[in-house]
Design a protein around this ligand. Sequence first.
Ligand code: 9MR
Length: 589
Amino acid sequence: AQEPSVPPVRLSQVGFETDGRKIAVVPSEATAPLDWRVVDGSGAVAASGTSEPFGMDDASGQAVHRIDFSGATRAGEGYRLIVGDMESRPFAISERPWAGLAADAASYFYQNRSGIEIAAAHVERPDLARPAAHVDETLTCFAGEDMHGNVWPGCDYALNVGGGWYDAGDHGKYVVNGGIALWTLLNAHERFGATTYADGALALPEAGNGVGDLLDEARWQMEFMLAMQVPEGARLSVPVGRFGRGATLTFTEIDAGGMAHHKAHDVRWTALPMAPHDDPETRFLYAPSTAATLNLAATAAQCARVWREVDPAFSARCLTAARRAFAAAKRNPEIYAVGQFHGGGDYGDGDVRDEFYWAAAELYAATGEALFEERIRASPHWLGAPGDVRANTGHISWPSVGALGTITLATVETGLDEAEVARARAALIGAADRYLALRDSEGYAIPYGAGDYTWGSSGDILNRAMILAVAHDLTGEARYREAVVDATDYLLGRNVLDQSFVSGWGARPMQHPHHRFWAPSLGDYPAPPAGALSGGPNARSMADPVAQAMRGTCAPQACWADDVESYALNEVAVNWNAPLVWVAAWLDQ
Ligand code: 9MR
């Protein structure tokens, strides 16, 4: 259940670490500082001070003050922050406020697996169980018209692409986007696989098999990614030319062997609500793309490295697939996902230089071979364009994956010399420094600007938190960790909406994600499990009717609704929950 909003003191609804950063935000036009005090459950003052007037905050559309009450350090429940006649809801201070969040966030992936029963034994409530769906699905390529009347020729084979995760609230499975989520879980395994995500830590059917639970989860997706690879020697007719949408396409035949099909999904969007096993539609593979091929190359190379000791045969299989994919991408470097089809997301990306860099970095980390090293050095993402956060490794999202390669080069033992490793590290620390500066310039003290709020803003913010966390690990400087706490506190309630964007966490959690099965308002369907992250406020691509009705009426941080119908504001997705897995585990350590 959700408590009513308690305006107007905004702080994390999940609480604070004893010796950690504690920030609250209150709206106030006052130009002079305001007196505040934190009182404990018995009314005794635990800390007091004066606020920092910030002035107008464009993201929230309010004038605000920031209050730093980090001086309140004693563990306890029932604290309140009092500022004049404003009073917060009760909050807790504890050693581990985020304990359990990492496991809940990871459970999202199990519960969105395709091709397997979701068993009552592994979920928090029996109504979250469901039968297996799309088991061993053997699909051929879509042949027919796209939305713009282009006729796609298809392929003359079928692949068993069962398994994998559903991308989001829909039933599609996408290699672009599946790849970034998979990389993030594998990276989290490398860091937290012996602790937070050790074997048996999560409720999984594979628990007790001697393998870290995040590896088990990642394998479910890795097998799907491998299955999406085009058979050797297959000649396919694909669109050529520069990235462009809606245009009349020209098709050319290529040697597509080793590429990856961009995606697999229903020929029509499945209805909302609908459990996966009730899906009545026909599903197809869609044409391969260079971006998907490089997502496969990068994650399969990461697989080869991470599973080397755990499962040498699987590791070898991954390495072969990664090499084949990289060679296929070099042979076909500009096959873009320009088709727009009914029934699935596009994930079209007109610039794959970052995907080439990412794949080369992972293949270099896996093999140490000169071919990949040269490719890294030749990439604009290696040197980085000064001042450009995207090119210079700081921005992570499904079409922008350069920083993933840089994180690997900066933190994994490769053949790079010391100076080059230092450069990779400096690039990440430089990006983190820009996020710190942005955090300081925002009223709600988060590394996200008023103009940034777009589809999946929650995931963006967590990806920035990941960069800040890496900078903390590289430098040991507390200010980077504080900014990770800031980003997390925002998601857990320190925002203009007094909203936790994570289901099951906080006094006012998101409850109605755009998800076909977790749709309690639409019939006999379960409420979401704890740990699912809403896409979050989006003022830039307000594509659905709920969002459209809000256009022009909301400040960027307020452009959000807890509405099952709103895919642009309140969907859940693997690429957003994956950095929640990573950041929650990092913070709890
Ligand atoms: O996350 C994607 C966002 O960046 C795009 O702007 C949007 C429109 O193309 O698509 C989002 O991804 C959706 C995908 O296309 C289909 N499954 C649900 C995804 C999350 O909303």
